[in-house]
Design a protein around this ligand. Structure first.
Ligand code: NOJ
Length: 534
């Protein structure tokens, strides 16, 4: 196993590699078919060997799991299916001993309809103070039979649900995820307290779910295309919330990463001002097609938008909401768009894997931090989930058109020959694993020099030992059409060929790492990347 990482300075997050754990599907310690904290603890050596700096856990709190845990019933309790709070504390400490910091996921926009606040609001009835913590309103129409407005949902379908006493409540996601009223002081106080609760338990950072959606137009005015400000996206009042969160994080030396989906670069960067969030996910890069001009423009735009606020960029290829990288890159349309997801899209996995390997070296060479979603290091493709096993509400709310997100959430394969690929010992995993995943299993890949896992381990190890990677400047180098070539400090170079024409490598002293074999004449084939020392 690699030596434990020496703790870095307070700036560790500026160039960290952060591994996303989806606890339900990582490893099942008690054999009931659902991943849990015991499973994560047992598999921590995998993460240490891989060489990540931190782990971000998607919500592990008590939840009815209507939306995979993004429907939180109690922020201060671990869901019993995952374990206990004491176990979470042990896990945080054990990971830290291996040099791995922990980030938790806070979901401030909404709670579960099982949350005590929402139960109390239902019981207390119209006009009660309990209802003020949410957005309850009478309906429109003669008998209040129409929803208060026609705001579009973040999942398809309606954003309002009527309760038996006739009032309606707002939910940007499913009806089981009522939106909180962020104009209410209880809501602010409670979240500040929850942040402290987890920072007190040694958590080094927080991922903020739906970070740009919290504040709503108080008039709940109807939505008009192009409305500025938008009634619920990116409202100016949000920044005040994050300033007070930042003050709390600073007391603990903890950091934030915001889930901020915003096309406007200048508006996006506002969340990253020095007294707000430390970082935010780079969804422009995640959705970018595998196309040389688009990639280069996206990289340039990302660096340009971060520079004025002094925040490091993040590089993300995939997460628990989107199509897995090797699948996306193996399709005719290599961009990602929620609205375009369909069953049965033709996919060339060999092509996608080749590109995903090159993309791994590209992202890990760029300035800033990198997010890695569990299974990405194994080159897992998106799985086809039989319709009767699908659980994701996005599928159901689309009327069955969108396959949903379960295909990227399938329990991990650890051992090629074991039942359920070693995910757990007894119970069938909560989502079915494809029959042909043995070659993706960790134990097969560990000893295979050509595997995705070996590539990631080598890349992460080099990225750690070579100080020129991570945060810092980058310069584009002259390159042939279809080729991305850039220099980092210390003579480090990254070259990626996205064209059909083999590319000559720039002069170099040493080839540090390649995502695939070079041609016999030393040129770089299509969809291949190298790291060089000049
Ligand atoms: C974003 C999360 O990543 C996603 O999984 C969830 O469904 C929504 N926010 C709602 O919380």
């Amino acid at each position: 196993m690699a030596a434990p990482h020496s703790p870095r300075s307070d700036d560790w997050w500026r160039d960290a590699v952060i591994y996303q754990v989806y606890p339900r599907s990582f490893a099942d310690g008690d054999g009931d078919g659902t991943g849990d904290l015991a499973g994560v603890r047992a598999r921590l050596p995998h993460l240490a060997e891989l060489g990540v700096d931190a782990v971000w856990f998607t919500p592990w709190y008590a939840s009815p799991m209507v939306d995979g845990g993004y429907d939180v019933a109690d922020y201060r309790a671990i869901d019993p299916a995952f374990g206990t709070l004491a176990e979470a504390e042990k896990l945080i400490a054990e990971a830290r001993e291996l040099g791995i910091r922990t980030l938790v996921d806070i979901v401030p926009n909404h709670v579960s309809d099982r949350h005590p606040w929402f139960r109390a609001a239902l019981e207390a009835g119209p006009g009660s103070p309990e209802r003020e913590r949410f957005h309850f309103r009478p309906g429109r129409g003669e008998h209040g039979e129409l929803p208060p407005n026609a705001w579009p949902s973040q999942f398809s379908g309606t954003t309002w649900t009527r309760v038996p006493d006739g009032e309606w409540y707002l939910h940007l996601f499913t009806p089981e995820q009522p939106d909180l009223n962020w104009a209410h002081p209880d809501v602010r106080r409670e979240h500040e307290d929850v942040l402290r609760f987890w920072f007190d338990r040694g958590v080094a950072g927080v991922r903020i779910d739906s970070a740009a959606l919290l504040v709503k137009d108080p008039a709940l005015a109807d939505f008009e295309e192009g409305a500025d400000p938008h009634p619920y996206i990116d409202r100016d009042e949000l920044h005040d919330i994050y300033r007070s969160w930042r003050a709390i994080a600073d007391e603990y030396g903890a950091v934030f990463v915001g889930e901020v989906w915003l096309p406007d670069a200048e508006r996006f960067a506002r969340y990253l001002r020095p007294d707000e969030l430390h970082t935010a996910f780079n969804f422009t890069f995640l959705t970018c097609p595998w196309e040389v001009g688009r990639l280069r423009r996206t990289i340039d735009a990302t660096l340009a938008e971060h520079a004025p606020v002094g925040a490091p960029a993040t590089w993300v290829l995939c997460n628990h909401d989107v199509t897995r990288t090797v699948t996306r890159y193996g399709r005719a349309d290599t961009a990602f768009d929620f609205a375009a997801k369909r069953f049965g899209t033709p996919t060339d996995l060999d092509l996608g894997t080749r590109r995903a390997r090159a993309a791994a070296l590209l992202t890990l060479a760029l300035p800033g931090s990198v997010y890695l979603y569990q299974g990405e290091e194994l080159g897992l493709p998106e799985a086809d989930i039989p319709p009767e096993r699908i659980q994701d509400p996005m599928h159901f709310r689309s009327g069955g058109i969108d396959p949903g997100r379960d295909g990227c959430r399938v329990p991990l394969p650890w051992e090629a020959e074991a039942p359920w690929y070693g995910f757990g010992s007894d119970g069938e995993p909560w989502l079915p694993q494809p029959e042909d995943w043995a070659h993706h299993a960790v134990d097969r890949q560990r000893t295979d020099p050509g595997s995705m896992l070996t590539l990631y381990r080598e890349a992460l190890s080099l990225r750690r030992s070579e100080k020129g990677f991570g945060d810092g400047p980058m310069t584009w180098l002259p390159a042939e059409d279809g080729v991305l070539a850039f220099a980092r400090t210390d003579g480090l170079r990254c070259v990626v060929n996205l064209s059909d024409v083999p590319a000559a490598l720039p002069p170099h002293e040493r080839l540090l790492l390649a995502s695939g074999p070079l041609r016999a004449d030393g040129t770089l084939p299509r969809d291949t990347a190298v790291w060089l020392r000049a």
